[in-house]
Design a protein around this ligand. Structure first.
Ligand SMILES: Nc1ncnc2c1ncn2[C@@H]1O[C@H](COP(=O)(O)OP(=O)(O)OP(=O)(O)O)[C@@H](O)[C@H]1O
Ligand SMILES: Cc1ncsc1CCO
Length: 516
């Protein structure tokens, strides 16, 4: 028997929800703009329509999807799918069982199944599902969730459980353009990856659907094809140094324009300096450690900064929770493994963090990063000691980034940053930075502020952050009123503020080298 199932591109799958359309918007016109923009598959989801108006709407919808040669899937209703000769049906766990759907619609139609755990995934695959919708990944306003969201890790567990089965997968639930890069790259391994993302509110509520879908499709395609190659890269391509500096200069004022909240759970030596550095850049700090605060803040957060400088069991638990909650909401999580290998307790705590949390950026000094990478870093308490060759530093950041699927920054006289593929050396900074406490912690804060506004290329966010802070340190050290560490410390905040308001001077001051 030959099978004529439509070929489907799952990369940008629109699931409709008409109640989310901007006021005064016509559904069919909105849909057409989405298709022009690059939506690759459409599911018509109507929970409250009677059969006849549902069929009528499905006919009109199909006339438009046909015009763009995009398959139309009907949610739940096999009868409606048959009535309009749709490409297939999508069923949830409480809908008609897959075997019965297959019986009614035949072998030439697509059947998609929603799955929330490994068992549901296995059952759907064994029963012949054509694709799986894995979710909910994050909290979503379009559905009252009865189960805890899966998070990226939960998606990866399901993907791994069906490895080798050759069934396409999309993730669904709370997905937007900002959290898609993290979702696709972090849920992928060398053997499994998502084929696309199913999106509801971000697309349905867009006021410029064509442009929005164009941008969204570009992000998805970039990340899906990267994850197929199984190399973790967070964003852009290698650019020449001038293009990179242009990007940094464009990024700096975005922090003040957007004023994102940057939640810190940091050590008690640097709380005040970190909050002031955040304000100097135009972001909003909140230094909150109570677990009950963590979940509420994760809803509205721009980025989460976690710093294990003054280790404490209660705070460690709150930090793990904060990392997980922020990842569920799609926010970047920046980790400073202060003194990560300096004592047995710190070794245990840092390895717990790396096991239980998904970090977007790990930023430490050379003792911490070389230590975590297994390349012999040495620390005395929170300070790094000893020296290293550039090739070892570059290998350490690259290997650690690949291992944890994130960006890694290692500070020192020269800073090294990698996303697992690209490696960049940064030469700005002043030796007075090593004479004040918490300059490394401040660097992590600054990475948090930049990551809150650059959510697709965290290598760029990290390079921009360290370069900006280090140029501010040079400007502060060169001021005639700066006499030593005390005056330098307050001048540093002033210079960060000045640079944030006049970033153009970064152009001549930046010293950036590509190593890879
Ligand atoms: N000798 C130096 N010359 C220039 N810049 C430096 C020098 N040492 C450190 N820096 C800069 O200072 C910042 C902090 O780096 P460092 O490696 O000292 O952090 P750290 O040891 O984690 O600091 P802390 O533990 O006090 O927070 C980085 O931005 C780095 O580029
Ligand atoms: C001095 C110190 N001790 C624990 S954290 C910290 C701040 C710099 O990391």
């Amino acid at each position: 028997m030959t099978c004529n199932k439509p070929q489907v591109d799952y990369s940008l799958y629109l699931v409709t929800e008409r109640s989310l359309l901007p006021k005064g918007t016509n559904f069919l016109e909105h849909l057409e703009l989405c298709l022009k923009g690059g939506v690759t598959l459409v599911q018509l989801r109507e929970k409250n329509l009677d059969t006849r108006p549902f069929i009528e709407l499905a006919k009109q919808t199909k006339a438009i999807t046909d015009k763009y040669s995009i398959p139309l899937i009907i949610n739940d209703r096999v009868d409606v799918a048959l009535a309009v000769d749709a490409a297939g049906v999508h069923v949830g766990q409480d809908d008609m069982p897959l075997q019965q759907v297959r019986h009614f619609i035949g072998d030439n139609k697509i059947i998609g199944v929603s799955v929330n755990n490994v068992q549901e995934a296995a059952e759907a695959v064994n029963a012949g599902a054509d694709y799986l919708g894995i979710g909910a990944v994050w909290f979503t306003s379009t559905k009252t969730l009865t189960k805890k969201p899966l998070g990226v890790e939960g998606v990866q567990t399901i993907l791994q459980s069906i490895e080798g089965k050759n069934v396409p997968t999309v993730a669904i639930g709370g997905i937007n353009m900002q959290n898609t890069p993290q979702l696709i790259s972090k849920s992928s391994t060398s053997t499994v990856h998502l084929d696309g993302v199913a999106v509801v509110s971000a697309i349905m509520s867009s006021t410029e659907p064509e442009q929005f879908c164009k941008d969204f499709a570009n992000v998805v395609i970039q990340y899906v094809s990267k994850s197929e190659k199984s190399s973790f890269v967070t964003g852009g391509d290698q650019k020449d140094e001038n293009a990179l500096i242009d990007d940094i200069i464009k990024l700096v004022p975005l922090i003040r324009q957007k004023g994102p909240l940057v939640h810190h759970i940091t050590n008690n030596v640097v709380i005040n300096d970190n909050a002031n550095a955040t304000l100097a850049l135009g972001a909003s700090p909140i230094m909150a450690t109570h677990p009950e605060d963590v979940a509420d803040l994760a809803v509205v957060n721009g980025a989460m900064v976690l710093n294990m400088g003054t280790v404490d069991e209660t705070i460690t638990n709150a930090m793990v929770l904060a990392a997980q909650e922020n990842v569920r909401h799609g926010h970047p999580v920046i980790f400073d493994p202060v003194g990560a290998v300096a004592t047995n307790l710190r070794k245990k705590v840092s390895s717990r963090f790396l096991k239980e949390c998904e970090f977007t950026v790990i930023k430490g000094n050379s003792g911490e990063i070389l230590g975590l990478a297994g390349k012999g870093g040495q620390s005395r308490g929170v300070d790094s000691i000893g020296s290293h060759e550039e090739s070892i530093a570059a290998q350490a950041v690259k290997e650690l980034a690949l291992r944890h699927k994130c960006v890694v920054g290692m500070t020192g006289a020269t800073d090294y940053v990698s996303d697992g593929q690209r490696v960049i050396a940064l030469e700005n900074g002043h030796e007075l930075m090593a004479s004040i406490t918490g300059s490394g912690c401040m660097a992590t804060t600054v990475v948090g502020c930049f990551s809150a506004v650059e959510k697709t290329d965290f290598l760029l966010a990290t390079v921009a952050a360290l370069t900006t802070l280090n140029i501010a340190s040079e400007n502060a050290a060169n001021r005639p009123d700066v006499q030593g560490p005390g005056t330098f410390r307050s001048a540093l905040i002033d210079e960060l503020f000045k640079l944030s308001n006049a970033p153009e001077s970064i152009r001549n001051a930046a010293k950036i080298r590509w190593l890879n």
